[in-house]
Design a protein around this ligand. Structure first.
Ligand code: APR
Ligand code: ZN
Length: 236
């Protein structure tokens, strides 16, 4: 059967070979911070200066990393599929900009984006390149101390869920790359796609919490597995 519609989900594992630390590889710390401190609304309310500093450091580190062959291969697949009139959607849990820099365009950041900020005062959302702090003023409402990272923290609703659900219900193939399957709703995408008749493939360094739901799991580094898979998919 030729594949006419693909939905791909990526996680931190696709950026690991670019030098960005994954979340659960270490001892539960994320860049030496407990997740509760830097990835929850409560953590931000308790210590906004620490959270601004944490995301400033992660945003700055983006200048020191580059897309790896897995990012590039997904952009190649997107272009090829769109050129032949097929559907392609890339959903990432990652907040880095490596998919964009690798050439991906049909891309949804369901957990937010390091290169974006938002205002708690007026709901402004906009591009963020430099550092933020509790003194940063909102460019729209000029409030002080209302700017926060545009990151979906634990307990908050991920972005684009309606669009993602519709795509999962209509795709022929769902592929999960570099995610531990530890966090919902992303971890449940494979079951939705499967329930609506899609084939499901997992490309990961090691078995994940969701491996049992996939038709096929291939184990190895994304930088090797993804280009090989894309080449095979595009072979005439
Ligand atoms: N190639 C492929 N997979 C890899 C590689 C690699 N080079 N290196 C690591 N992995 C795999 C790991 O085996 C693991 O299964 O990537 C996965 C990374 O899992 P996590 O660190 O849990 O990251 P992720 O699944 O993206 O976390 C999901 O949890 O903390 C929240 O919001 C945060 O978006 C994040 C979400
Ligand atoms: Zn504002």
């Amino acid at each position: 059967m030729s594949i006419k519609s693909i939905v791909i989900l990526t996680g931190a594992g696709i950026s690991a070979e670019s030098g960005i630390q994954t979340f659960r590889a270490s001892d539960g710390l994320w860049e030496n911070h407990r997740i509760e401190e830097v990835a929850t609304p409560e953590g931000f309310a308790a210590n906004p200066a620490l959270v601004h500093k944490f995301y400033n450091a992660r945003r700055q580190s983006l200048t020191r990393v580059t897309p790896n062959p897995a990012h590039i291969a997904l952009a190649t697949l997107e272009t090829a599929m769109q050129n032949r009139g097929d559907d392609f959607l890339l959903v990432t849990q990652n907040v880095d900009d490596l998919h964009e820099r690798g050439g991906s365009r049909a891309l949804l950041h369901m957990h937010g984006d390091l290169k974006s900020s938002k205002c708690l005062g007026c709901d402004w959302v906009g591009p963020q390149t430099g550092d933020t702090s509790i003194d940063t003023r909102c460019t729209r409402c000029d409030s002080r101390a209302t700017i926060r990272p545009d990151i979906v923290w634990f307990g908050e609703m991920p972005y684009f869920m309606d669009k993602i659900e519709r795509a999962l219900q209509s795709c022929d193939l769902f592929v999960s790359i570099g995610t531990s399957g530890a966090v919902y709703p992303a971890a449940g995408f494979v079951q939705t796609a499967k329930a609506y008749g899609a084939k499901t493939l997992e490309l990961n360094l090691e078995p994940s919490a969701g491996s049992l739901h996939f038709d096929e799991t291939r184990l190895g580094p994304a930088g090797t597995l993804v280009p090989a898979w894309v080449d095979a998919i595009l072979k005439p």
